[in-house]
Write a protein that binds this ligand. Structure first.
Ligand SMILES: [Zn+2]
Length: 78
């Protein structure tokens, strides 16, 4: 038996993160418990792009840019 995913440990509590979770969220470094506690691994920021010309009354929204950032976890324990 072989797994293509290495055993990953939670960066907060050092618990083993289930491979299924790593597979679903390759960027995760938190176990489910800590992820819920902190509100997830990532912070999504949606920024609306305004492509309208300055001074124009007509707003031309070109779209929304979603920025995905890793949440900074403060290790307060220990
Ligand atoms: Zn954890």
């Amino acid at each position: 038996m072989s797994t293509d995913i290495e055993t990953r440990r939670c960066e907060v509590c050092d618990a083993v993160i289930p491979p299924e979770r790593v597979k679903a969220l390759p960027g995760t470094w938190l176990c489910i418990e800590c992820s819920e506690e902190h509100g997830g691994d990532f912070v999504y920021t949606a920024k609306q792009e305004n492509l309208g010309k300055a001074g124009s009354l007509k707003l031309n929204y070109g779209g929304v840019t979603v920025t995905k950032k890793r949440r900074v976890i403060r290790k307060g324990r220990g």
